[in-house]
Design a protein around this ligand. Sequence first.
Ligand SMILES: [Zn+2]
Ligand SMILES: [Zn+2]
Length: 386
Amino acid sequence: MPATADRSSLNWPTILFIAATSLATILWPVYAWFFGVTWAEVALALGWYLASAMAITVGYHRLVAHRAFECRPWFKLALLVAGSAAWQGSALSWTSDHLRHHAWTDQDRDPYNIRRGFWYAHVGWLFTKQGMTGELPTHLAEDRMLAWQDRWYIPLAITTGFVLPWAICGAGGLLLAGVVRLVAVHHGTWFVNSWAHLGRRRPWNPAVSAADSWLVALVTFGEGWHNYHHAFPGDYRAGVERTQFDPSKWLIWSLSKLGVAWNLQRVGFSTRWRRSVHSLLNWEGETSEKLARVRELQLRLHRQMVRSRSRALKTLGRVSELPLPANLSAAAITLALETRGRDLRDKLGRPARRRMDRLARLSGRLATLESLSDMLADWQPLPAAA
Ligand SMILES: [Zn+2]
Ligand SMILES: [Zn+2]
């Protein structure tokens, strides 16, 4: 692929749109100085930012591109309409680029390949993009709602992105909730392709450039845990740890409790830890860095073991009829469950039985963590060639 695009391949409508909206955003303080800003305009801009950015994360990305969950048609329609306000193309065109990004990450065929530099991955790639760039999987190509949004994308984007803010709050609304908000959403999403492909924090798979960034997670409502996402793209969560800010995950989970969303895809506990250990051990990185990462992962595994053990202890305390093993290893819990658990099971009420099942699950987790930890402890860096 040529490093510089020839003039005829430039996508002028996109370039002019980005230039005009950026310029209007830079000049917005001048407008605000002369005409003032109302609280209604600020509230509308924040609401529009939330709706359009979340529609990209939850709708375009997790629902359409990765099929990480299913939902009621009215909710999908709402996401597609709100997503149009973000001016990032139709969900079909967005997905076509995004699936190539996952299939060819960091290679020439990656549409926002970070190896071509921060600015190229951030926005430059859009300057040469001509229409839909890749094949779509059949289930998407045949989806009538997606085809409808693709066909009416420009009128939808104009209406939701500009006409509605103008109708609600006049010229001030058009500028702040329309244009300035739109530029903010653009950069938020673009940071996932640029900033979140440059960091060092790659806890799940060090072989890919995708890295974790809390800042990107903050502005995109959860997409910043990008290393996990590249390691497990089908998972409906990007921030898999409890403390990671991922409101899109919380929304999808809440909707599943209300019956609006279902079939939420999750990568199981053992699978994700096992794969992260294997990705690291197979990684052909520099020895000193690999050693540092092995130590780092050992520490994470250890913390996870402490957490699982304390949960198991708490559960054990509640099933008081079981003898409490002195050494709370996976084997000790399994032994306790097997020796006394079977006789107890029939005598116990349902809550206690649930606790015992939980305990069995926790001992399975602990066993996985213990064996992975041993595997890392056994790893030795190859001696340097003479
Ligand atoms: Zn990425
Ligand atoms: Zn993705």
